[in-house]
Design a protein around this ligand. Structure first.
Ligand code: ATP
Ligand code: MG
Length: 429
């Protein structure tokens, strides 16, 4: 195949054999979100570049080197969204739906784009389910987000493989005081820092805590700790969150180095991490961003949210073999018809059955074919039963009902009784 006809590196097709797992995952999450009272919002995939610069922050990895940015035909600089929070905040402000303190509990799903080095669990087009809550400032809602994800891991059968890491970045005042202390300490050890950290020390010093460099990590051992700089408000908020997680019995690990990649976080930050996926171990990450809405031109509005990476969670389900067995089967019943008259009768019969059993997965053979070839297709479809309409069945107004997975003999069922019979033998999801 010539190169121009290939997909872009790091941007994947999700093939028909994979989509059942995606739909299972997405269905499970969206049902849970409905049950906890969250409403879906859908934003465009492209926004003005300025939106991301202003919200995510100019000196973050995303804005510095990961964005897909281009000029459109008007000369406007546009960017494929690298994450969902910025657009969600833009949307609620534009439509005034958080005004006057209105609470919004919103979620979204869709592709995100970052120009990173593609590897297992890290792609250039990837998918997130994200959630944002506006106008609730207490730790109770931070706890709800975490409790809900905990339930999700339980439903998906991956709870034992994930761990919650938690930190508080404090209010902007306490973070400011901490930043000063950290800069003072790190500046005194400037020579021992790696190059990236030296640069971050000037632009975004908290990110130094996030370093993977062993020498810098050694310097950080004796660095000032955020926890010692939390003001009373931040401390109470963090305690409130922890006591709620304790009440529900959700274990967590305090990680004072957890600062998250984006500029806008305050108070609570958290990550759900796993050791089952190699280096790309964070499956869900989020936190509170009480200053963001104001920074983007709105009235002061508390906010908190998270996003989870669908690719990584689908990989987890596969790695831990937690894909429900029933997903393997896509067809319940396969109808074979032999001859033109039988084919017409079969079509009408199939529609009658579908009227009565809207959840039945009934596939009607297409492309005619011999007895043998239609049976082969019926078997390959994975169906539990074949329905057979040949000359004999037509004459008697019945349909042959043949178990394909070795449960019993073929029987004849009257057309009128077919739906009722199927209802008793096919378990419908
Ligand atoms: P990482 O540290 O792995 O780069 P991040 O902090 O950049 O993650 P967020 O911006 O918090 O990620 O996005 C939330 C979630 O989206 C991540 O926890 C991860 O599951 C997923 N995610 C982020 N970037 C990618 C990517 N390039 N490919 C696949 N999933 C991703
Ligand atoms: Mg990243």
């Amino acid at each position: 195949m010539s190169k121009s006809l290939q997909a872009i590196r790091g941007m994947n097709d999700i093939l028909p054999e994979q989509t059942p797992v995606w739909r299972y995952f997405e269905g499970t999450v969206s049902r849970l979100l409905d049950n906890y009272g969250y409403k879906q919002i859908r934003m465009p995939i492209v926004e003005f570049t300025e939106l991301f610069k202003r919200s995510i922050g100019e000196v973050t990895d995303i804005v510095e080197k990961e964005m897909y940015t281009f000029d459109d035909r008007n000369g406007d600089s546009l960017t494929l969204r690298p994450e969902g929070t910025a657009a969600c905040v833009r949307a609620v402000l534009e439509h005034g739906i958080t005004g006057g303190g209105q609470v919004q509990k919103l979620w979204y799903i869709g592709p995100m784009f970052r120009h990173e080095r593609p590897q297992k669990g890290r792609y250039r087009q990837f998918h997130q389910i994200g959630l944002e809550v506006f106008n609730l400032d207490g730790p109770d809602i931070d706890a709800e987000l975490i409790i809900m994800t905990w339930r999700l891991w339980g439903e998906l059968g991956i709870r034992d493989a994930v761990k919650l890491e938690l930190n508080s970045l404090g209010t902007s005042e306490s973070r400011g005081r901490y930043r000063e202390a950290l800069v003072e300490y790190l500046s005194a050890h400037h020579d021992k820092l790696d190059e990236d950290s030296q640069r971050r020390l000037k632009s975004n010093p908290l990110r130094v805590l996030d370093t993977k460099n062993a020498d810098t990590q050694a310097v950080l051992v004796d660095a000032p700790k955020m926890a010692d700089y939390l003001d009373e408000e931040s401390r109470a908020h963090f305690e409130g969150l922890k006591s709620r997680l304790d009440a529900v019995g959700i274990p967590y690990v305090l990680n004072p180095k957890l600062v998250r990649g984006l500029d806008y976080y305050s108070k609570t930050v958290f990550e759900w991490v796993t050791d089952k996926l190699g280096a790309q171990g964070t499956v869900c990450a989020g936190g509170r961003y009480d200053g963001l809405v104001e920074q983007m031109g709105g009235k002061p509005t508390p906010g908190v949210g998270f996003a989870m990476g669908i690719e990584r969670l689908v990989l987890m389900l596969e790695t831990l073999e937690q894909i429900p067995q029933e997903l393997a089967r896509q067809v319940d019943v396969y109808l074979c018809a032999f001859g033109e008259e039988a084919e017409l009768a079969g079509l009408a019969l199939a529609e009658r059955v579908r009227d009565q059993l809207p959840n039945l997965r009934l596939q009607v053979n297409a492309g005619a074919g011999s007895f043998k070839s239609q049976f082969k297709k019926a078997d390959k479809s994975g169906a539990l039963y074949a329905l057979i309409l040949g000359d004999d069945e037509m004459a008697q107004q019945v349909v042959g009902f043949k178990p394909l997975r070795g449960q019993g003999e073929q029987q004849s069922i009257a057309w009128d009784a077919l739906a009722a019979h199927l209802a008793t033998c096919v378990v419908q999801g």
